[in-house]
Each structure stands twice: as C-alpha cells, then as structure tokens.
Write a protein that binds this ligand. Structure first.
Ligand SMILES: Cc1cc2nc3c(=O)[nH]c(=O)nc-3n(C[C@H](O)[C@H](O)[C@H](O)COP(=O)(O)OP(=O)(O)OC[C@H]3O[C@@H](n4cnc5c(N)ncnc54)[C@H](O)[C@@H]3O)c2cc1C
Ligand SMILES: *[C@@H]1O[C@H](CO)[C@@H](O)[C@H](O)[C@H]1NC(C)=O
Ligand SMILES: *[C@@H]1O[C@H](CO)[C@@H](O)[C@H](O)[C@H]1NC(C)=O
Ligand SMILES: *[C@@H]1O[C@H](CO)[C@@H](O)[C@H](O)[C@H]1NC(C)=O
Ligand SMILES: *[C@@H]1O[C@H](CO)[C@@H](O)[C@H](O)[C@H]1NC(C)=O
Ligand SMILES: *[C@@H]1O[C@H](CO)[C@@H](O)[C@H](O)[C@H]1NC(C)=O
Ligand SMILES: *[C@@H]1O[C@H](CO)[C@@H](O)[C@H](O)[C@H]1NC(C)=O
Length: 594
C-alpha cells in the first residue's frame, strides 16, 4: 500500500558512507548497504509473515526531487511541512527535521530539504531505509525476530517527536508503530494476574490497548490504547466515554499516547492534580527482544513494570498497548497573563515573583506553560474544579504584582471550560507551528526547594539565556506524592515543580559549521540552566543530546537498577537509543559495541 512514489523516490537516495561489500565487523550492527544486509529472499520471507508490504521510509522532502522533475507531490510537501499530524503520517519524517539528517565525520551534513533552490542533493541521511508498518502484535514480533537474527540496528518509530532523534537511525531497520491504533474502554479492568482480593481496585477506569486490531472491547468498564494512538485521538475517544485521561500537549495532539511519552514519564498541565503519565498506567503489553509477547503490570513482570515507567522509549521492548486509568470529567478555569518588560529589573522582579509562586500553584492543583524572554512573559495556567471567580482569587495577587511592576504593561484574563477537549481544541490548534523546522532542546528540572530558597537566582538564570525559555509546570502536587523509588522515573521528577527548557533553531540546509555553532550555543544554554539545579536533573524526553553525564541527568540513582533489568530482558541490547540505558556501551552512532 506504500505508494509507488516512495519506491521511486528512494531510487534517488544514496548512502555515501557504506560501500556495498563492506563487511560488518563482529561487534557491530549490520547496516543498509553492507554485504551482511539481508538479501531479497530474506526480505521476501519476512514479507510473508507480516500483514502489510514492507515500507521504504524516505525523508519527506524527497518528493520534491529531482528538482527539475519532482518524483512526488511536492506541493503537498510544501503545504504540510510544518504540520505535525502530516509528519506523523510519513514514516520517514521526524517532527524536528534535524534528526532526518546525518553529519559525516568531515562535518558535511546529508539530508533532504524542502528548499530545492539550496542546490543540495536529496540524501537519505538518518532515516532508516526499510521497515515494517506494524498493524498487529504478530507484525511486531516478526520485525523484532528479523532484526535480531540479522543483527540489524532496530529503530522503533511512533510519531517521530523525539527531541534526541531516538526514532531515527542511519542504515537501520524501522519498526513503525504509528498504525497500531486500537482504542478500547473497559469500566471494570482487572490487571492480568491480580489476586482476587484486589480485583475491584480499578473499577471505573479506562485503558488503551493494541493486541486485537480493530476490535473495540467494551468489557463493562475499562479501556486501553494501542501504541500508535496519538493524544488528540485519545482525548476525543476518552471524552466520548465521559471520562478524562491525563496526556501530553502539542498542537493538534500529535504526540504518541503509548510510545516514548509514557515510557519516559509523560507530563501534562494536569500533573499536579493527577500525577505523571506513569502514575496512571495500570498495564503494558509489549514484545520483548526474544519475540515474546508479555503482559507487564503490578503482578506480572514486575521488574519490567518498574523499568518501563520512566526508563525511556526504545529500551526494554516494543510497547504494543497501554492501559491507563481515567478520571471523571471536570470543569476548570484558565488564567492567562501576558506582560511586557520595559527594563531588565522589571523582568527580574516579575520572574522572581513567578518562580516563588510555583510551589503554591502546584499545591493547589494548578499547572500550565509559560514562555519567557527578556522582553516579556506569557503565562497560561489551568486548575480543575474551579470557576472564573476562584481562578481570579488565586491568581490576582500575582496579577496585581505584575500590573504594578510593569506599570500596566500586562493583560490578565480568566476563562472557564466545561471539559478538557474544549480547552485543548482551542488552545492547541492553529499556529505558530511547533514542528517541521530543525531544532534541538536543553532543559533542567526546577526543584521545589530551589524555587522556595532562591527564586531570584532562578529568575536570573532564565533571563541570562537571553532567548525564549519555556517553563512547563510539569510537577509538584500529586506528582510529588508517590515513593520516588516505586518506579524508574528519575527521582528528581518527584521533587520538581517546573521543567525549564531552552532551544536552538537553524534554517534547513545549514552547513555543518552553522549547525555546530548552534550546538555550541545549546551547550552554553545548558550550563546556564544548570545554575537552577544542584543535581543537573532533566526530563529525558525534553532534553539535550550533549549532557556531560546523561545517566546522572536522565536517570539519577535509578540507573544501575535499570541497567540490570535491561541485562535480564535484552542481553544483546537489541533495543538501544541515543542517551538511553546501555547506550554508553556503544559508539556514538550506536553501530558498534565499545
Ligand atoms: C511538539 C511537542 C510537544 C510535546 N509535548 C509533551 C508534553 O506535553 N509532555 C511530555 O511529557 N512530553 C512532551 N513532548 C516530548 C515527548 O514526550 C517526546 O518527544 C516523546 O519521545 C514522544 O514519543 P512518541 O512515541 O510520540 O515519539 P517517537 O519519536 O516516535 O518515539 C520516541 C521514543 O520512544 C520510542 N518508542 C516509540 N514507540 C515505542 C513503542 N511502541 N515501544 C517502545 N519504544 C517506543 C522510540 O524508539 C523513541 O526512542 C513533546 C514533544 C514535542 C515535539
Ligand atoms: C540470501 O541469504 C540467505 C542467508 O540469510 C542465504 O541462505 C541465501 O542463499 C541467500 N539467497 C540469495 C539468492 O543470495
Ligand atoms: C566529506 O565527505 C564526503 C563523503 O566522503 C564527501 O562527499 C565530501 O565532499 C566531504 N566534504 C568535505 C568538505 O570534505
Ligand atoms: C531557499 O534557499 C535560497 C538560497 O539559499 C534562499 O534564498 C531562499 O530564501 C530559501 N527559501 C526559503 C523559503 O527559505
Ligand atoms: C509597585 O511597584 C513599585 C516599583 O515600580 C514598588 O516600589 C512598589 O512597592 C510596588 N507596590 C506594590 C503594592 O507592590
Ligand atoms: C478579578 O476580580 C476582581 C475583584 O472582583 C475584579 O475587580 C477584576 O476585574 C477581576 N479580573 C478579571 C480579569 O476578571
Ligand atoms: C541578547 O540578545 C540580543 C539579540 O537577541 C543581543 O542584541 C544582546 O546583545 C544579547 N545580550 C546579552 C547580554 O548577551
């Protein structure tokens, strides 16, 4: 079903790195173009085991090449280039095109750009050239077994949102989970293996799952989501059941609801009320490195259940479904404030006040996102089960402070919403685009104690970034309650109130030197943000590739246990991603074991 266009487009793409005939050294993965790469009959045998034709992912702009006579619908590419839903539908598209490209040792960047007048060739870059479009658990199992047998670099890709390029990999074999779309709701979910005494625990909860394609289960009262379901789809579905589900926030709800988001932790504006995504999981289903399909919950494979709640995507197995608990629908109110800073001292005083406010807001169940520059601030916060008057009462001391400090250069407004989709469809639709331009991130978790002890220092660091900083109140409140060692999630996530993020952006097709310069800027921003922490902790899904010590920053004290669980379930490290557990045992390309 993959269009002819893709096959044709692939024809123009070449790999300059591996000459045909080069043998893979022993401790190395076999990559596309090497003589060890499976031959046609091996792929034909795989094809007979799976429900869909094999796919040949290409960078999305390849339809625009050759520029003189485009091989595909270039107009559609140009129209949709910054549309996250469209990108998620292209197996070869990453949400940040930076990760579609590959930097050669000499600094030359290989990629494929929508701007054909740059005069650059269209090259495959970091996009795996062959893959499986999984629709069933059997498809996933066949792909995993094939990759293991042939020693391939397996790349699991869902929506392609990963900010560290973990869903791309040059010369790899892609397992595309995007079409694992089943949703079901079950009002009386019982985790497999639960003892009789605990069987009522989850009555009235919802889950999301994948194992029975196109089958919606209504077993009285629970629900589950297949691993390709995106948050926008999950919100609509769960709302139709009259329930609320805690999930990620992006324009059009493009982030995957049962892939990297949940495996890395998963935060939301409602985390201070309902905890992190991982606090809402009842059960996972997954295919392990040996091809086995397993149930993972508090009663079965409990060590994996610990590891998969925060240990990171692409590391322990292929998630095929997640069962989440849901919550009753609630009305809520939003406080929105924008202010302009005429001077650095106004910026410093407003921001200090805002940092001070973070623990208080988290305690009251408020959450939201804020954008800060030296010139101004934009704040959007929500809290459940309150009306506009109550929102005003909580927020107005701060709003009054800002109005006074800025001498009136601020606006504040309060809005009420009947339910989450009403809010989501207003606030997370439209522009400016969040994806489709080359970008990389860095971030630090702001702890509650730092916000309380030293708000002025935190404000100073944020302003020293001298560029847009995103401050997402990802935590505090309910997120801080669970035992920090109850699951893999970085223990510092439990102490955090806010995730503070900075980024760099560059024009597509920039030279290696320009990109390297931006990476140096990003590293400087990391150093500045580090001043707001004592442990350099970061949320691994929104973070930098260039951490001094990623194990410490992304996993903290949980790393050794994660490493040993990985050794038990994936002794050959079939599943390995940039800056993931055990990735430091491989070269920077994740090609050869060190
Ligand atoms: C615009 C935008 C908004 C965001 N908003 C939020 C937010 O509100 N809250 C938040 O917490 N994070 C947010 N994120 C970060 C997000 O959590 C990460 O990008 C996450 O990696 C996305 O997971 P995915 O499955 O959608 O993407 P992918 O890039 O497809 O996958 C991410 C990682 O998970 C692995 N993976 C994917 N599917 C599976 C599977 N089925 N089994 C095993 N491994 C798998 C991949 O190999 C990769 O390592 C946002 C990111 C973007 C770009
Ligand atoms: C293809 O590879 C397999 C080993 O994986 C080998 O047995 C077979 O002979 C090869 N077929 C051809 C046509 O080269
Ligand atoms: C870098 O290496 C590639 C592949 O070997 C080559 O095509 C390119 O010309 C080189 N670029 C520079 C600047 O040396
Ligand atoms: C495309 O690249 C050309 C040449 O560098 C540049 O002049 C032009 O502005 C670019 N177009 C867009 C849309 O970025
Ligand atoms: C209002 O702002 C001024 C500085 O512009 C400050 O001196 C004063 O204390 C502020 N008043 C209040 C009530 O915060
Ligand atoms: C907040 O409440 C106060 C006191 O009732 C009122 O004067 C003010 O207009 C309200 N603010 C907004 C933005 O509604
Ligand atoms: C901050 O950035 C602006 C450009 O956006 C620049 O003009 C200014 O010099 C920078 N300030 C500092 C202190 O680096």
């Amino acid at each position: 079903m993959y269009s002819h266009r893709r096959t044709v487009a692939l024809f123009f793409l070449t790999f300059s790195l591996f000459g045909i005939g080069e043998a893979a050294p022993k401790q190395c993965r076999c990559l596309y173009g090497q003589s060890c790469w499976p031959n046609q009959s091996a792929f034909a045998a795989l094809s007979r085991q799976i429900s869909q034709p094999l796919i040949n992912p290409v960078p999305p702009a390849s339809a625009c090449y050759p520029a003189s006579s485009p091989s595909g619908d270039c107009a559609a590419v140009l129209t949709n280039f910054q549309d996250g839903l469209w990108r998620a539908d292209q197996p070869g598209a990453m949400q940040s095109p930076a990760f579609e490209t590959y930097t050669l040792r000499n600094g030359t960047i290989e990629g494929c750009y929508s701007n054909t007048t740059l005069g650059l060739p269209c090259l495959q870059g970091n996009v795996p050239p062959v893959g499986v479009d999984a629709r069933t658990v059997g498809d996933v199992q066949a792909a995993v077994v094939f990759a293991r047998k042939n020693n391939l670099r397996l790349v699991i890709k869902n929506s392609g949102h990963d900010y560290l390029g973990r869903s791309a990999g040059r010369g790899g074999f892609m397992l595309w989970t995007h079409h694992l779309k089943e949703r079901s709701f079950n009002a009386r979910f019982i985790p497999q293996g639960a003892p009789r005494s605990q069987r009522k625990t989850y009555q009235g909860e919802l889950l999301a799952h994948q194992s029975s394609p196109c089958l919606i289960l209504f077993i009285k009262s629970s629900g589950h989501l297949g691993s390709g379901v995106q948050w926008g789809e999950a919100y609509d579905y769960v709302n139709q059941q009259g329930r609320f589900i805690l999930g990620g926030l992006s324009l059009d709800g493009t982030v995957g609801a049962a892939g990297g988001w949940i495996l890395g932790g998963g935060h939301s504006t409602f985390s201070s009320t309902f905890g992190f995504g991982v606090d809402n999981v009842l059960e996972f289903k997954a295919v392990l490195a040996d091809g086995k399909f397993v149930t993972v919950n508090a009663y079965q494979n409990t060590d994996l259940f610990w590891a998969m709640r925060g240990g990171g995507g692409g590391t322990f197995g292929v998630l095929t479904s997640v069962t989440y608990q849901t919550h009753p629908i609630f009305p809520f109110a939003q406080s929105a404030l924008t202010a302009a800073f005429a001077t650095p001292s106004i910026a410093q005083s407003v921001l200090t006040e805002f940092v001070k406010l973070q623990p208080k807001l988290a305690d009251l169940g408020w959450g939201g996102f804020t954008f800060i520059t030296p010139a101004g601030i934009q704040i959007n916060y929500v809290a459940p089960n309150i009306d506009v008057a109550k929102a005003n009462a909580t927020f107005s001391p701060f709003a009054d402070f800002v109005l006074n400090a800025t001498q009136g250069a601020a606006q504040v407004g309060y809005t009420s919403f009947a339910n989450f989709p009403d809010y989501f469809n207003v606030v997370f639709t439209g522009s400016p685009p969040q994806v489709g331009f080359p970008t990389e991130l860095t971030a630090r978790l702001l702890s509650r104690s730092m916000a309380e002890r030293n708000p002025a220092k935190v404000a100073q660091a944020i302003l020293a970034i001298n560029d847009t900083v995103g401050a997402f109140s990802v935590a505090g409140g309910a997120s801080s309650k669970p035992d920090p060692d109850a699951m893999a999630l970085h223990p510092s996530m439990r102490k955090a109130v806010t995730n503070v993020m900075a980024s760099v952006v560059w024009p597509e097709g920039s030279s290696g030197a320009v990109v390297q310069q931006q990476i140096e800027v990003l590293k400087k921003k990391t150093q500045i943000l580090d001043r707001i922490t004592t442990d350099s902790a970061a949320y691994l899904n929104e973070a930098s590739l260039y951490e001094k010590d990623f194990k410490k920053s992304f996993f903290g004290s949980h790393y050794p246990k994660l490493r040993s669980i990985k050794a038990k379930y994936d002794p050959q490290s079939l599943f390995v991603v940039p800056r993931g557990v055990a990735s430091d045992e491989w070269d920077s390309e994740l090609r050869c074991r060190l």
